[in-house]
Design a protein. Structure first.
Length: 301
């Protein structure tokens, strides 16, 4: 099993070198084989600058010592099954949990630069919300250590709601982060985290996505009516109650609602990811929906 994983990882890395035969240092095309690396990947030597390189040189996975295990983590992230937690995957592979975590953050850096999708025809838009999380933040530790120099954080901890008798937050609040979701009937979709719920913010995010001949379908949320009026778009407003969810037999936002349900199912096992990493989780969900293969990410890195 281990040999099969290593062979598959080496094949993907060497395929990356085959696709790009130029030297990553000088751009030369004249090269010769120059042994193999410690991980058994083919090494080349440029005849122009005399430097050696392999398929990982210059890529974000260039310094990974176990590319075979990295490919397993990547396949777990992009496969059809529910991704394992960091701890469970680390135990299965026999490595440290922080190694798996760093590899996931590395994958986030690869998929963060994905090209935006284009939309056309009937375009649906709505927002879903994710509660803010400050996992990994040291703000309370610093405040407790030196309360005179470090002010208390603006958001209470969850334990404070029971120990100090604070009122539990229900529904939308300033701690709920909006995530704009856009979809059209051709299958294009977009998740984009917004800094706030103001109408101007929604207009600014939606304006580059809307062609002049598109039909915008949304609820009565802020920003959509102003966006349609400013750009001369046809705007169809649908309701949330039975009998009002479909207009004229074809205008609805059910595709967006389906994406919201998909997002909730995906994000639930992570028990509220840290807000600083939320963009990476959103991109992770997008590549899972679009069916990007692990080999494609390796070659694109």
């Amino acid at each position: 099993m281990a040999l099969r994983r290593q062979t598959a990882a080496i094949s993907e890395i060497e395929a990356r070198t085959t696709n790009d035969e130029t030297c990553p240092f000088c751009g030369g095309v004249d090269r010769q084989r120059w042994g193999r690396t410690r991980t058994k990947v083919q090494r080349y030597r440029c005849k122009g600058c005399l430097k050696t390189y392999s398929g990982r040189t210059g890529s974000v996975i260039g310094r990974i010592h176990r590319p075979d295990l990295f490919m397993v983590v990547l396949q777990d992230m992009l496969g059809n099954s529910v991704p394992l937690s960091v701890r469970k995957l680390a135990r299965r592979l026999g490595i440290n949990k922080y190694t798996v975590w760093r590899w996931r953050m590395l994958v986030f850096s690869i998929i963060r630069s994905s090209s935006p999708m284009s939309f056309a025809g009937i375009i649906e838009a709505d927002e879903t919300y994710q509660r803010e999380s400050r996992k990994g933040s040291r703000e309370w530790v610093r405040h407790i250590a030196d309360p005179k120099k470090t002010p208390p954080p603006p958001r209470p901890r969850w334990e404070d709601f029971t120990t100090k008798g604070l009122k539990m937050m229900r529904g939308l609040s300033r701690w709920q982060l909006p995530i704009l979701t856009v979809a059209d009937r051709g299958g294009s979709h977009l998740f984009q985290r917004l800094p706030d719920r103001r109408a101007a913010t929604i207009q600014l995010a939606m304006a580059p996505l809307m062609p002049s001949d598109a039909v915008l379908c949304s609820n009565r949320g802020n920003g959509y009516e102003d966006l349609a009026a400013a750009h001369g778009l046809e705007h169809v407003v649908v309701g949330s109650k039975p009998g009002t969810r479909v207009a004229s037999g074809c205008y609805h936002i059910q595709n967006v609602n389906s994406l919201h349900a998909c997002y909730k199912r995906f994000i639930k096992p992570f028990c509220g990811p840290a807000t600083k990493n939320l963009d990476g989780y959103i991109r992770w969900l997008e590549v899972r929906i679009t069916g990007v293969q692990p080999a494609e990410l390796v070659r694109a890195s």
